[in-house]
Design a protein around this ligand. Sequence first.
Ligand SMILES: [Zn+2]
Length: 343
Amino acid sequence: MNGLFEKLQYCPEEIHARNGLRAIVLLSGGMDSTVAMWWALLHYKNVDAVTVDYNQPHRMEVEYASKLADLTGTPLRTIHLDLPEDFWGLQNFLTRGQAGLMTGIAALDISHEGADIVHGILRTDAFGDVNRDHLDRLADILSHPEDIHPIGLATPLRAVADKQAAAALGFYYGAPFLSSWSCRHPADGKPCGECAQCQARKEVADGFEERFGISWDEVTRWQDVLGSPIHPVVRDELPEELYVLKEAFLQAGCMDYASPVWRYNAPDGTVRAASLIKEPAVLLNDSESRGGMHKAVTVSGWLGIGQYWEFVIFDDGKTAFTDEMPERTVVEEKLLSLIRNGG
Ligand SMILES: [Zn+2]
């Protein structure tokens, strides 16, 4: 994973998040919006998702949006739009005006507290209405003089070079993008392998290893356990300062603020924790052989670009943490605020 963000040509200034407190993710159930949702889950305390059932010929998409929301316990709203199936755009999958339409739908759910509406738009997407200036103007138009916090249109995937880089970012975040749905012409519940969307998926795998130094086979194995090499590792030995913190918080009854955490056997032989996963059974048939659910208290944050840290205290006394950790006071303050805010 070393140097991954350089290879992604990562430009965080392309994201344009303004609110930072609440995210409303436009979750289509496809690959890009899945990665965008994991970005939101790692950056916001409050995340909601919206999916639109617009009579798309590929019904599986709506189902997958629902599965991905259930997997993480994210509240999902499904909006039904009764679009005629013979619209040119629906048949040709060149749906103009999508960004504005979806933004308008998500905006209906925004109070004076504001929100960032999270789009899975790529840097390579070509319609004029996904231009960054247009999106910022759209966010401005939605504002009200009594707003306490702003409204933003956040585009996390514009921070990386293209669709393949978005997949690499998703791998880093642990987003199960291979469990998303793209195919427009499924047969017997399986992707056709022929349509433009199936082709785009194949292109994501082609040359992935040459570009990012991770084989597609390895990506698939991590995806099979809903895992990522950035997830914290369960360790018996922990540094003195983290040990003191753990003991203090266990004695203070911090498990009152615990939530379900997926502890799994990673392909690299480690046991890791994916704190965003609440219901692995939604996607994994034999989740028990790959790991199990535990109650845990989790705190996390970012040390810089691509330097995610996380500290997990399980109810059985085990701990998991990332290789890079901030100073003890930072972890302690996060744990205290978790307890103050009731989890
Ligand atoms: Zn297909």
